[in-house]
Design a protein around this ligand. Sequence first.
Ligand code: ZN
Length: 503
Amino acid sequence: MPDNETAFRALLDHMAVTSDLSQTMAVLSWDENTYMPDGAAEARGRQMATLATVIHERLADPALAELVARLEDAGLPEDSVEAATVRQARRAVDHASKLPASLVEALSMHGARARSVWARARQESDFTSFAPELARMFELKREEAEVLGYQDHPYDALHDLHEPGSTAARVRDVFVPLRRELTTLVAEIRDAGSQIDDALLRQSFDEAAQERFALDTVTAFGYDLEHGRLDRTVHPFATSLSKYDVRITTRYQRHYLNTALFGTMHEAGHGLYEQGVADEYYRTPLEDTASLGVHESQSRLWENLVGRSRAFWEGAFPRLQRTFPEQLGTVALDPFYAAINRVQPSFIRVEADEVTYNLHIILRFELELALLDGSLSVADLPEAWNHGMQEMFGITPPDDAAGVLQDVHWSIGLIGYFPTYSLGNLISVQLFDAAVAAHPHIPADIRAGRFGTLLRWLRENVHRHGARYLPEELLERATGSGLDAGPYLRYLKAKYGELYGLS
Ligand code: ZN
């Protein structure tokens, strides 16, 4: 029997090699989504499948499970880095060893098939053709939930994969008041009568100039190009190829400034998080992030709380005007600030503003919960979707393409994932408030184009910890309170009350 120290070192050695393999796979995936020629798709698929198999075998290795079990019984101090490392290793081991290979394969095969049926169904706005594929996917995911295990609701098992420690009940706790208050706020804005015109954002903007401005902005935030890069893609993302190489992508629309402007800030926020993980966690199970929700809190914080704030543009607008003198040279700050924050109940989630965005998520959460526990049938889904849209937004989609068929997530089995977007929004305000409470000069800094104090606070309280803490634990430590919709609602009401002249 090795002693605990030897066992822990063996665990680290095993996981370090696995980490190298996973990061190698991330390089292949980044390349696939950026510069890989179309003709390489099949060969790349094979390379990635081989790597995935090798990684899976390493994680399902009984010798690793034995090390983990032994260290769990070793009485490691609960708050120690070692205990957190073992906990993360346990998550990986369980996921790899609980799911039978047949289910893993069925999920991957069906995901590929359902995704392509979904793409065509969306194009033709034909839900009926997609319905059997979706029903099968929910069956498989129910099976997965059963194998993984849960206490209250099968949703918990699936949601926990993306938001460790969170449950459907926990999400419902915050979503119920959020739904009620946001629905009221949306109706108030709709009835306020003051319309915001965003035509000034819909002129012609040179793409290279957009890129220069976006890159200057995110490097000023602290995004490090020595350990990152910015490329173009159709569907923007951020990816960590190790904490020393965290890449972001964006897309440009010549006739709409917001896409690249806020999209790049968003992805840079994700990038800043992973660049900030502590060096000593490199190649360990802690070189990761707390959860998707915390990840999204970082992107939303830089995109919205910094990037869509008046303070930021008081400093940055002259620079944007110099970049686009013809289009914006004579525009005043106020109409620009209003335009980038325009609220418009709309059908498509990815185009939604800060106020309506979370209602899109709440709708999806309620529906996937009901589909999973069988209280809603797939056949009744479009009607339930449209009913929810009417109730929350006061609008009904003209067809299923603009409704229930708009997102890829469910087709590829991402169920229990949507809430993390909203959790991220809520957490972003909780963290920002805590940072400003600790350093009241942060808003003045942002106005002056200085972001160092804010970034240092985030590094210290969030980034450097990697996957050491569960998301709610991390939030408690950083802000003194658990997940809470209150701060987010107060933020929205203050900002949009002023913009729309609500009393
Ligand atoms: Zn994001």
